[in-house]
Design a protein around this ligand. Sequence first.
Ligand code: APR
Ligand code: PHB
Length: 401
Amino acid sequence: MTALSAEHRTQVGIVGAGPAGLLLAHLLHGHGIESVVLELRSREYVEQRVRAGVLEHGTVQLLSEAGVGERMRREGLVHHGIELRFDGRGHRIDFPALTGGRSITVYGQQEVVKDLIRARLDAGGALHFEVQDVSVHDLDSDRPAIRYSHDGADHELRCDVIAGCDGFHGVCRPSVPDGALETHEREYPFAWLGILAEVAPSTEELIYARHERGFALHSMRTPELSRFYLQCEPDDDVDNWPDERIWDELRIRLEREGWELNADGPIIEKGITPMRSYVVEPMQYGSLFLAGDAAHIVPPTGAKGLNLAVGDVKVLADALSRWYATGDRAGLDAYSDSCLRRVWRAEHFSWWMTSMLHRFPHDDEGFEERLQRAQLDYVCRSRAAATTLAENYVGFAWDDG
Ligand code: APR
Ligand code: PHB
């Protein structure tokens, strides 16, 4: 039985407590704007969910300036390059040399989420986990509402605007009337098997490997914890991947003369991620603003997903702050266009990295493969091509991309 409906009010109703929703709430708090965050899952679930782990230069700066970067600066691993590995050889892309001193930080997304949850709770902000039956209403009015149930009671939250930060499978985007949004999508004929292993990384920097058996990536989380990915079939099952097979495959795909893979620890997590590019345009409908994975997905090869979510909510927080302070809607009206420029740059980069490094089925004539080799060769020989990779990887300044 549900208790009587309760009505509440806030300035910004935020659906989803992933990096997008949590960071938005935090940035708004810094501008003196009140919000309520509603999350389907439990706190434990969102804090333990293993996701990406590469923070762009600008993301690191933003988190630091917003006062949530202390643990990241202490525990995050600053990387000044990556290695491209193919045909048994390695080639380093030197980020600072190619980008005027920029670098990236390896720090798990769930660590960012933990830091943001702590900051939210310390600030006394509203953050409700395990809410159910979330729905959004009156989106084409200036008093939209979120209905949900929590702890056995029904609630209605009236807001000035709603931020749809509820990821790719959330309820906000599907609540927009048919025909109001345009979608652009590409599915790839492969997926990634991701694993976390309790072994020291065998490398100081990330290794992106192209191999005829498929792509492999050597990443890490801490000096004791390695993260790996292997290209697999789109409909693959983790049960097809016993530990032995994973280590064998990593050894083969990452092989390089004089280099050895540390494979003497337990695998503590396995999961399969589909590969997809997806963008919805515009990223707004009436009083609903979509941010992060709710609006766009990139294949993980360029490590852009989290950074795009951060960029969106920075634009949204700045626009809302201007609106509340002066009544000027210009930033809100430009929200979608401001974000989409950066989003499409990252879509292109992620597609390009994916296309250059994965084995494509049905490439019977080897055409795709030769294009990949030509592209890799170019990136290794030409400073201009290497700069393209590096500047996209470390990310652009917020007002420049
Ligand atoms: N009601 C409330 N919350 C919801 C609902 C719903 N109906 N549906 C989904 N959610 C929650 C999810 O449980 C999740 O915690 O919304 C949150 C969305 O978070 P993310 O999926 O992490 O998306 P986002 O915050 O945009 O961050 C993007 O996540 O997928 C990675 O690689 C991606 O790094 C990128 C980042
Ligand atoms: C990760 O460490 O999870 C990771 C790193 C680089 C990528 C994708 C994922 O491109």
